[in-house]
Write a protein that binds this ligand. Structure first.
Ligand SMILES: [Zn+2]
Length: 71
């Protein structure tokens, strides 16, 4: 599945309104891009496995954090 960096909420079609979809876009853009740095190796390669579960693609380090973001 190819995930566009913008407008990930396009899958909702004409439903839910622009405001709600814009919010979803903002949140999803955060965790769908590999922007978070790994707390173990420091490289930006952390992807979201499940709600609050994150894993580093570089060293394999798995950890728990916020549901939709890493702080
Ligand atoms: Zn790592």
């Amino acid at each position: 599945m190819v995930v566009s960096k913008l407008n990930t909420s396009k899958r909702f079609g004409a439903r839910y309104g622009t405001k709600a979809k814009r919010k979803v876009d903002k949140i999803e853009r955060h965790y769908k891009g590999k922007t978070y740095a790994c707390p173990s190796c420091g490289k930006a390669g952390v992807t979201r496995q499940s709600t609050g579960i994150w894993q580093c693609q570089k060293c394999g380090h798995k950890f728990a954090n916020h549901a939709y973001k890493v702080v």
